[in-house]
Design a protein around this ligand. Structure first.
Ligand code: HEM
Length: 351
């Protein structure tokens, strides 16, 4: 994974460099920049050499999600989704285009896997290979294993789960480090000590202690997903309360992360030092830090996200210093994820 992370981050740095060269100094909204970066990382990880087609699929998915949110916000009229409105027609077109692109990609991959064996090291290959093995174990019947629809849904899930969450983490990290120059300097010192100006590698990224403390503190203050939901599947007792099956329970991660009862009086302040002795010692009780959820459904991409964020942070710190622009307005805003409502305009200086 780390070469993919590096390739994408390197492209980002080259783009930022170009802005600086053209304008002398540079003001950038880093929020769309990081959305582009994490979208690229997921496209390459999911589809490897076919990442350009992957990018198109993800663009379409994004448009579909936006249209979906518009539809949810309208008054609910039963059957309205079958009416050929402009939005409904566009959503159907998008669905068809995604299907056609993915089907082509899967068929092409099947042919090349049969001819040359597996060469791509990506999620699509892993899904197709494990599916093929499973079908073989079941006697090669066509009705076993994942359907093409299932593969498409898995790819979509990874995109939605891993793209915006990680870009939100990176955005708040840069904003908060811009607001706290002493932590920015400490993080840069550590990065330069470990890598100098060289390309960050997996081993070095695993040694970054200050950067990890900073990322944890950002995840505490601005958890990309502000809540998770669970549903009781049988009669259950939680503390003094009894619940019948089918009750939805809402776990408010954001509120838990800001509660002085768990984090002390400075709960709403940025203080990465609280993570100096690890996650388990950072809060007054165990389990108060849950940016990636908890239990059997905990985020499967958490190590992926942390490595990606460390790679991006290390390369940015090697190359730029930054502070919030006067036009930046601090307005965390929750629509699925907690993101900056008016963007994250930063001033970048080349080092
Ligand atoms: C900072 C980045 C991320 C955050 C904060 C985050 C957070 C979460 C949370 C809170 C959940 C729900 C867990 C639960 O219900 O208990 C989740 C699920 C999931 N995440 Fe992440 N995530 C991040 C990055 C990623 C990445 C990069 C990937 C993929 C490469 C990913 C893949 C998934 C998947 C597939 C699930 C569903 C797991 C399941 O239902 O079993 N996530 N994530």
């Amino acid at each position: 994974m780390s070469p993919t992370f590096y390739t994408c981050c390197d492209e980002l740095i080259k783009r930022w460099d170009m802005h600086i060269r053209l304008q002398g100094s540079c003001e950038l909204d880093v929020w769309p920049e990081f959305q582009g970066l994490t979208g690229d990382v997921i496209s390459r990880t999911a589809f490897g050499s076919s990442f350009k087609e992957g990018r198109r699929i993800f663009q379409l998915l994004e448009e579909q999600a936006e249209l979906g949110i518009q539809v949810i916000q309208n008054i609910y009229i039963p059957g309205y989704r079958f009416v050929p409105t402009k939005t409904n027609k566009r959503m159907k077109e998008i669905h068809r285009e995604i299907w056609a692109l993915l089907s082509r990609m899967i068929e092409h991959r099947e042919r090349s896997m049969r001819k040359e064996g597996a060469t791509d090291d990506d999620l699509l290959r892993l899904l197709m290979e494990s599916n093929f093995r499973y079908s073989q174990e079941q006697g090669g019947s066509k009705n076993t294993g994942m359907t093409k629809d299932d593969v498409i849904e898995e790819c979509k899930l990874f995109y939605f789960a891993g793209h915006e969450t990680t870009s939100v983490l990176l955005t708040w990290t840069i904003v908060v480090l811009g607001m706290h120059p002493s932590w920015q300097a400490r993080a840069r010192e550590e990065v330069l000590q470990i890598f100098g100006k060289n390309k960050p590698d997996f081993d070095g990224l695993s040694q970054l202690k200050i950067a990890t403390m900073i990322l944890y503190e950002v995840l505490r203050l601005y958890p990309p997903l502000s809540a998770v939901v669970r549903e009781t599947y049988k009669k259950m007792k939680l503390g003094d309360f009894s619940f019948p099956p089918g009750v939805q329970l809402y776990l408010p991660i954001l509120l838990i992360h800001h509660d002085p009862a768990f984090w002390g009086e400075d709960a709403s302040e940025f203080n990465p030092e609280r993570f100096a002795s690890g996650v388990s010692k950072a809060s007054k009780i165990q389990g108060a830090f849950l940016p990636f959820g908890w239990g059997p459904r905990i985020c499967v991409g958490q190590s992926f996200a942390m490595m990606e964020a460390k790679m991006a942070l290390a390369i940015i710190l090697q190359n730029f210093s930054f502070e919030p622009s006067p036009s930046y307005a601090h307005a965390p805003y929750t629509v699925v994820t907690i993101h900056p409502q008016y963007g994250a305009q930063m001033i970048l200086h080349r080092l």
